[in-house]
Write a protein that binds this ligand. Sequence first.
Ligand code: SF4
Length: 407
Amino acid sequence: MMNKKNLEIYVHVPFCVRKCAYCDFLSFPGNRQMQREYTEKLIEEIQCQSAKVREYQVISVFIGGGTPSILNIEDMSAVFHALTNGFEILPDAEITMEVNPGTVTAESLSCYREAGVNRISMGLQSADDKELGYLGRIHTYDEFLKSYQRVRMAGFDNVNVDLISAIPGQTVESWKNTLKKVTMLKPEHISAYSLIVEEGTPYYDRYGEPVEVENHTVTQEKVHGLKSLPDLPDLPDEDAERDMYYLTRDFLKEQGYERYEISNYSKKGYECRHNIGYWTGTEYLGLGLGASSYLSGCRFHNTSVYKEYCSARLDREEVFQEVLRQEFERLTLEEKMEEYMFLGLRLTQGVSAQGFVSSFGHNIRSIYGPVLDAMEKDGLMEQNDGYYRLTSRGTDISNYVMSQFFV
Ligand code: SF4
C-alpha cells in the first residue's frame, strides 16, 4: 500500500464578539444567523475539499479565527463531525482549538474534548486590565482566569496562552508582571509576539502613517464597534521593546520554558506541532473564509469575501476552483528553497542541512554557501550538528538575515 502524505488542516472561524483595536485578521462580529449560514458552508467545503486529498493523512488540526469558541455547541459539533468523517485524522494528531476568555463554558469545553480536541490556545495578551482596555479586548484578567480554570477543570493538559508585548503605555515592569502572573498558572506553551501596528486598524490611525480613507470614521465604527478609542498612550520605544524581548526570553527560560521559535516558548515536549509543521514545509489545507493552503507545491487561498464564500455552489467544479483556489500559484524550486530557509530559520533548532538535500536534491552549501559564510562571519548565524541557525544577534535582526536567502 502506498504511504500516505502528511497534511495539516487549518479551519477558520471569522466571528468575534467585537473587533480588537489592533486586529487586522479576517474577523468581524456575526449574529446567530450568520454563524449558522457560515457553519453550513464550512461543512459543505469540508466535504468537497476532503474528496480531493484522499492520498493524505492528517497530523494536526488547528481551529482558529476569529474566535471559534463563539460558535454554539451544535454548530461546532457539526464541524468536528464533518472533519472526522471527511479526513483521515491520525489518532495521535494534535487538535488545537482557539478560545477567547468569556466565550467558553464547561459544556462547550466538554464538547471539544469529546470531539478529540487535545490542545487549547487562549488569547490573553496582557494581565493588566488597563492594557487590555487599550487593546480593545472584551475581557479582564479575572475573566481570563475563570476561563483558564474552566479549561483545566475540563481536563485539558496542553494549553497555550497568547501574549502581546509593546502595548501602548506598557513598561518593562508591567510586561514582567504579565509574564509572572501567566507563568504562575503553568500553561504548557506561551506565544509572545510584539505588537505590530497594521494598516486599516484604529491603531494605525493613532500610531501609523496618516492615510486618507473615504468615510473612515464610519468604517472604523462599523468594523471595530468602537465609537471612539480610549485615550491611547504612546507605544514603548524601540529600546523598551527590545528589553521586553530579552526579558521574555530570559524570564521564561528561568521558569522552564524553552524558546523553540522566535516568539514561541514551551515546556519540553509541548512545542506546537501544527506550527512546527508550517515552519518546516509540511503541506496544509485551509478551510473557511480566506484560509490559505499549500498543497503539492502550490499555494492558493479561499475567497475572503463573506458573501461570495457563503453563496458559492461548491459542488460545481468551476465555482470550486474560482472560490477556493484563488491566486493559485505553483512555486518554483527557487521559491521552495527560499521558503524552506526563511521559515526554518525562525526555529531555534534552525534549518537541517540533511533536510535540505532530501527536499531539493541539492547540498545546502551549493545553493547558499556564500550567504551562509557571510552570515557566519558577521556573527548572525552559526552551524553545528548539521543545522544552520540564527545566533542571538541574528535573531535581533532576523528579517534582515532571512531576506539574504532569496536566490
Ligand atoms: S479576538 Fe480580537 S485579535 Fe483575536 S481575531 Fe478577534 S478581533 Fe482579532
